[in-house]
Design a protein around this ligand. Structure first.
Ligand code: GN1
Ligand code: MG
Length: 375
């Protein structure tokens, strides 16, 4: 339920509280989301908003999280204006509350926020997914990073500390193996052995971030297709949504994670590994969109590690699934007992594909760099 005092808690242009259309949006798994349309007495729509209740059992610092979103959306809006674009479609717009914040705390202590609804928008994954979709997805990430390229990422708090610290994720895996809390380690011998054999890749990104070879940037951390909004008529990309996990980090986190999901021929929990392959065509298309939009601000070091990042981020997710399997499924929700092990195997299959094809993938990056990308 969306309490009326929450709606009244924000400075919107809603006048007609008795005739609101309120729809619960079921697609997100973490926050509670409502779409709110305000009708005039004549029945036409005026205000259109998204209200969300922040899940504070996952996001334990809602004030820091909202401060991150406020800083990032304000900066992105200013960049859009400077580039002659409409800020209201280039980024999300937060409404201020009567508590003089970008959030409202209700009488039960819940944190709420309100965004302007992106006009005439739909999610990128609701239209038919084609190779061109990956050009668009890569372009959306490039736009996001470009708008924030001159933003001081150290101003942001780490919403989930060490989220992509692959070395730390590896340490957690070793701990999970030693403790074997679920008693399932014997079922996962091959996966454990494979995971441990790749310790060498765990420092590739984080070590370079720490010693300054890679720049600290704003990362989105959830660049799946359903978090990219497009115009319902033109199908042109508008912007990325779901800014909860915006944090300081490496551009390679977002590129690698996007390919983890978007480069695969199957869902991340497909158990039949013969169906799980890394698709070079998707990699190439994503590179066209991403490099096309980002090559003027990406460093040579970042460009040189794009293929590796796909392997590292996929590996990292794989060891998180494996650790959770060994811990007894305490983090990711599962539908059957071996679900996390199946996911880990699936991710490791992709890692093998990427590591076995690094040279070809580097060739694709070079080809895209040289060819340039039609816009
Ligand atoms: C989680 O909840 P969802 O699907 O957006 C996880 C990601 C993983 C993903 C794997 C905050 O994302 O890091 O890549 O599952 N998000 C968090 O399915 O842990
Ligand atoms: Mg998310």
């Amino acid at each position: 339920m969306l309490p009326i005092d929450v709606i009244k808690g924000f400075y919107t242009d809603i006048e007609n509280y008795d005739a609101l259309d309120i729809t619960k949006i079921e697609s997100g798994h973490i926050n509670r989301t409502y779409e709110v349309k305000d009708r005039t007495l004549a029945g036409t729509y005026r205000g259109h908003y998204i209200f969300q209740r922040i899940n504070t059992s996952i996001f334990k610092n809602p004030v820091g999280l909202m401060n991150n979103i406020m800083l990032v959306t304000e900066h992105a809006a200013a960049s859009a204006i400077a580039a002659g674009k409409d800020p209201k479609v280039s980024t999300l717009t937060l409404m201020k509350s009567v508590q003089d914040k970008v959030y409202y705390v209700d009488s039960e202590g819940y944190y709420w926020r309100c965004y302007l609804f992106l006009p005439n928008s739909i999610n990128l994954d609701v239209v038919e997914v084609t190779p061109g979709t990956y050009v668009q997805a890569g372009g959306a990430l490039a736009d996001f990073q470009r708008m924030l390229a001159d933003f001081d990422a150290s101003l942001l708090c780490e919403v989930i500390p060490g989220f992509h610290d692959t070395r730390n994720r590896f340490k957690n895996l070793k701990k999970a193996i030693e403790e074997n809390r679920s008693g399932r380690a014997a079922n996962a011998k091959a996966e454990i052995e494979y995971a441990l054999s790749l310790e060498g890749i765990t420092g590739t990104i984080v070590d370079r971030l720490r010693d300054g070879r890679l720049p600290l940037r704003v990362t989105h951390n959830d660049t799946k297709l359903s978090n990219i909004m497009i115009d319902n008529d033109t199908h042109e990309v508008m912007c990325l949504i779901d800014l909860d996990t915006v944090m300081p980090g490496s551009a390679l986190y977002d590129f690698g994670d996007a390919l983890r999901a978007g480069g695969s021929s199957a869902a991340e929990d497909e158990a039949d590994l013969s169906k799980v392959n890394f698709l070079e065509l998707n990699f190439e298309k994503y590179c066209e969109g991403y490099i096309g939009g980002a090559k003027d601000f990406l460093t040579d070091e970042e460009l040189s590690l794009l293929p590796e990042s796909a392997a590292i981020l996929t590996y990292e997710c794989g060891i998180r699934f494996l650790s959770d399997y060994l811990d007894g499924d305490t983090y990711f929700s599962t539908k059957y007992p071996e679900h996390n092990l199946v996911r880990a195997r699936n991710q490791f299959k992709l890692v093998k594909d990427v590591l076995g094809n690094l040279e070809r993938l580097h060739g694709i990056v070079e080809k895209v760099m040289v060819k340039g990308v039609p816009h």
